[in-house]
Design a protein around this ligand. Structure first.
Ligand code: RFL
Ligand code: PHB
Length: 389
């Protein structure tokens, strides 16, 4: 098979990119290792920046998001004594949208056939070839045969564990990484949220987050040690711990219910530079990871794809050969700012095993300062709502 652009991975980055290219008449094929059910069973992001919702609107695929999503004008930082409200609407004139990654993915997957965007699911052993030449290609296995796709460009949207980044020689790249000594244990339950906005809590016993997917479905997280086993957190113990860490106000309004899903995710900061090698471009988690504290991962995937689709359209339509070369620099400038914010908020809100009493007082002083300073709140709000493209 021959196409103009082949995309590896049908997560949010790959699906958004595929639709944006198809909307401009560029022939595009997506190859994805997993099945549609597997992809839609992954519970991940919940908070969308305007950059991300704008892309859905541009594609004419935002109707369900606007009907079912919840616009949020603010969120809270809890420090054990009080809730500090960050009024993002008043401070920035914008809001964020609570709408699950699963739902965005469902909308994009459902619209693919009618828009002429082929997605080859359950494609095994994807391998990339000649990415630094003029005619890159890839192979995959399906139905007992090996298939080949030739393309002008390969876009690696295959997440942190995918093969695309590994096709770039270490000699031309630099990877920056920070592994945190804890993970997030998440629970999804069909119960109303304890607060109509998100609550990020810094408690002596560790971080907790109260989030939601709708007015009847809640998503909560607690910080746990990296080697924690799910079995030691039956639902009752987890609800009790959430009530303690989120504080009395949230606990008073917290409804408990059976877990629909429970899982532990490690926290990592990671950036791979450059995001392009020859005719292979990386986008989303394949090139960078942020800890989830700033709700930036999916939104960074969307901003990468904004820059990348723009570069590919200018290449094909504007005959601008420099557009592709400029992609990595443009994307990375925004990526590093989101890395900074996610790292800073993670440090502010979590208990690190190596922290001593002084470090703890620094966190408390930081939160006190944020509570009293409009400048500090504005810094947080403008990053949370998403920096301009
Ligand atoms: P994805 O979603 O990982 O998709 C990559 C796709 O590539 C496929 N793939 C392959 N396909 C073919 N061949 C191979 N060999 C392949 N290997 C992998 C995979 O099956 C998959 O379908 O990456 P993408 O598209 O870059 O999207 C990134 C986001 O998924 C991620 O950044 C966010 O989920 C991060 N994140 C959050 N981001 C936000 O913006 N706001 C949030 O509130 C937020 N909360 C979160 C999060 C991530 C979390 N976890 C579990 C890591 C909360 C959590 C708990
Ligand atoms: C979520 O609802 O899954 C969520 C919300 C905000 C975050 C991270 C995750 O910062």
């Amino acid at each position: 098979m021959k196409t103009q652009v082949v995309i590896v991975g049908a997560g949010p980055a790959g699906l958004l990119l595929g639709h944006l290219l198809r909307a401009e008449g560029i022939d595009t094929v997506i190859v994805e290792r997993a099945s549609p059910d597997h992809i839609l069973g992954r519970i991940r992001a919940g908070v969308l920046e305007r950059t991300t919702t704008d892309l859905m609107d541009r594609l004419g695929l935002g109707a369900r998001m606007h009907a079912e999503g919840l616009p949020h004008d603010g969120f809270h930082l809890a420090d054990g004594k009080r809730l500090i409200r960050i009024d993002i609407a008043a401070l920035t004139g914008r809001h964020v949208m609570v709408y699950g990654q699963t739902e965005i993915t469902r909308d994009l997957m459902a619209a693919a056939p009618e828009r002429g965007l082929p997605i080859i699911y359950e494609a095994a052993d994807v391998a990339l070839f000649d990415v630094d030449g003029d005619a890159p290609w890839l192979t995959y296995g399906k139905d007992g045969a090996t298939h080949r796709i030739d393309a002008d460009f390969i876009c690696g949207c295959d997440g942190y564990h995918g093969p695309s980044r590994r096709a770039i020689p270490a000699s031309v790249a630099t990877a920056y990484e920070k592994i945190y000594p804890f993970g997030w244990l998440g629970i999804l339950a069909d119960v109303p949220p304890c607060n109509h906005e998100l609550v990020y809590a810094n408690h002596e016993r560790g971080f907790a987050l109260a989030s939601m997917r709708s007015s009847t479905r809640s998503r909560y997280y607690i910080q746990v040690p990296l080697d924690e086993k799910l079995e030691v957190w039956p639902d009752d113990r987890l609800w009790n711990e959430l009530a303690i860490r989120l504080g009395p106000e949230a606990a008073a309004h917290m409804t408990r219910g059976p877990a629909l899903e429970k899982s532990i995710a490690p926290l990592r900061s990671f950036v791979f530079e450059p995001m392009r090698h020859g005719r292979l471009m990386l986008a989303g988690d394949s090139a960078h990871i942020v800890p989830p504290t700033g709700a930036k991962g999916l939104n960074l995937a969307a901003s990468d794809v904004h820059y990348l689709s723009d570069a590919l359209v200018r290449h094909y339509k504007g005959h601008d050969n420099d557009a592709i070369a400029g992609y990595s620099g443009k994307a990375l400038a925004r990526v590093w700012k989101a890395e900074r914010f996610s790292w800073q908020l993670t440090r502010l809100m979590h208990r690190f095993p190596e922290n001593d009493a002084f470090d703890r007082r620094m966190q408390v002083a930081d939160l006190d300062y944020i509570a009293s300073s409009v400048a500090a709140q504005t810094m947080i709000a403008e990053n949370y709502v998403g920096l301009p493209l």
